[in-house]
Design a protein around this ligand. Structure first.
Ligand SMILES: Cc1cc2nc3c(=O)[nH]c(=O)nc-3n(C[C@H](O)[C@H](O)[C@H](O)COP(=O)(O)OP(=O)(O)OC[C@H]3O[C@@H](n4cnc5c(N)ncnc54)[C@H](O)[C@@H]3O)c2cc1C
Length: 405
């Protein structure tokens, strides 16, 4: 019997496999894909992710210290920072590299095999995989569900599965652009209420064009494409639009007897942008740590594995709550209000205090959200538009913290 079976070879599954294997335990990773890392994603990571889980030079298409925001009216605003804020990476190569390291450390990978069931008893975990019409059965002491968004396996393993209630739909295609030098974000009801679009340059005049929406996709991507072709950004799309879900709320519990969920399967992403690579890597590492301890103690009970959830909550919970709060605010405002807020944000003093301050982090959003709410000028604008902020602000003053329900 193996020590651990990991289902999913995305960032979360690979880093968990790497750490468990490095500690000397046997690990098997299953993924129905044959190409590791080839999952719908733009491949942007922030400074913290870059520093803690560094990509190689050849995995980086470009670093970026600036971005253009296109307001609902079509007006362009440039945000410029002195240091790189984010990196646009070759996602497949970056994610695959973790798997290669895991194999070097002793993990075994089964690609092209889909896990169709998980059964947990007091003694063991049994998973069934399907491959070319054949079924195989494997057993382990513990299982990690790292399947990404929307897996029925979570329920089978007795893990939380709230994804269907709270998620964004992300879609993406590629285009050829002539001179796109920085990432461009599109806002406004034309893109979709509460939605945002992006055009992110990668390499050789190519760019990824995408959109994330809290609602059902209903032709918004087609109208964004038409709109941008009319504006001369590109001539045509290079391949069909692909879409996939992005959870924006943790699906708890993320632990059970002999089982843990990590990454998107656990609902761990930044709710503001839907970025999840960094949190997937963090949660994969924390899960590995909890599993290693549990294996050493020979205690794989839910009580023991709960330490994993305690660990990610202490690191990410408030970030996710604040991120969701900011996202709900964004979803509640109209085009004219977005326009007003962006114009205020771009005035010299607000811009210096917020956008160009040290609190700006592509990975950690609570700092800038708190500063925006508390800002003498910008905070007042938010109060006028979104009275819910007023209550939060007084909570923050009285308690010194910014807890959001
Ligand atoms: C359009 C779009 C753009 C995005 N852009 C960014 C971005 O720029 N930056 C960022 O940080 N995040 C981005 N994200 C989010 C990011 O892709 C995810 O948060 C991240 O990939 C989650 O990693 P994971 O390891 O949890 O799951 P995944 O990367 O989804 O990996 C899960 C793996 O499990 C496998 N699997 C699933 N079910 C089974 C099964 N039953 N049997 C075997 N294998 C199975 C899948 O094949 C997959 O390889 C984007 C998402 C979308 C939709």
């Amino acid at each position: 019997m193996r020590d651990v079976i990991i289902i999913g070879a995305g960032p979360s599954g690979n880093i968990a496999a790497l750490n468990v294997a490095k500690a000397g335990f046997s690990v098997e990773v299953y993924d129905w894909r044959t190409k590791i890392g080839d999952k719908l994603c733009t491949g942007i990571i922030g400074q913290s992710c870059y520093k803690e889980y560094p990509p190689t030079k050849s995995q980086i298409y470009r670093s970026t210290s600036s971005a253009t925001i296109v307001a609902p009216s079509g007006k362009n605003y440039l945000i410029n920072n002195s240091n790189p804020q984010a990196y646009i990476i070759d996602r497949i190569s970056y994610i695959e590299a973790f798997a290669i390291k895991a194999v070097d450390a002793g993990a075994t990978y089964h690609l092209g095999k889909k896990i169709v069931s998980v059964e947990i008893t007091d003694k063991e975990v049994t998973v069934r995989s399907e491959f070319n019409g054949h079924t195989e059965v494997s057993t382990s002491k513990a299982v990690v569900v790292a399947t990404g968004f929307g897996s029925p396996l979570l329920k089978m393993a007795g893990l939380g599965n709230d994804e269907n209630k709270n998620f964004l739909t992300g879609c993406q295609t590629a285009v050829q652009t002539d001179d796109l030098s920085r990432a461009t974000v599109f806002l406004g009801s034309q893109i979709g209420h509460g939605s945002f679009g992006w055009l992110v340059p990668t390499k050789h005049n190519q760019a990824l064009l995408g959109l994330a929406t809290p609602r059902k996709l209903n032709g918004q991507m087609d109208s964004l494409i038409k709109h941008l072709i009319n504006k001369g950004y590109f001539k045509k799309t290079e391949y069909p639009i692909r879409k996939w879900g992005i959870p924006v709320n943790p699906s708890t519990p993320t632990y059970n007897n002999r089982a843990l969920s990590i990454g998107d399967a656990a609902g761990l992403t930044k709710p503001t942008t839907g970025g999840g690579i960094y949190y997937s890597l963090i949660s994969g590492e924390l899960a590995a740590k909890a599993l290693i301890n549990a294996l050493k103690e020979e205690d794989l009970s839910a009580k023991q594995l709960r330490l994993y959830e305690v660990a990610w909550k202490s690191l990410l919970s408030n970030e996710i709550k604040l991120g969701n709060f900011a996202r709900r605010m964004f979803e509640s405002i109209k085009d004219s209000q977005i326009e007003f807020l962006i114009s205020k944000l771009m005035t010299d003093d607000v811009r210096g205090d917020l956008l160009e301050s040290n609190s700006v982090s592509f990975d950690w959003h609570s700092g800038i959200i708190k500063e925006a709410v508390m800002h003498t000028v910008f905070g007042k604008c938010l109060n006028i538009l979104t009275p819910e902020f007023t209550r939060q602000k007084s909570d923050m003053r009285s308690t010194g913290s910014f807890e959001v329900a």
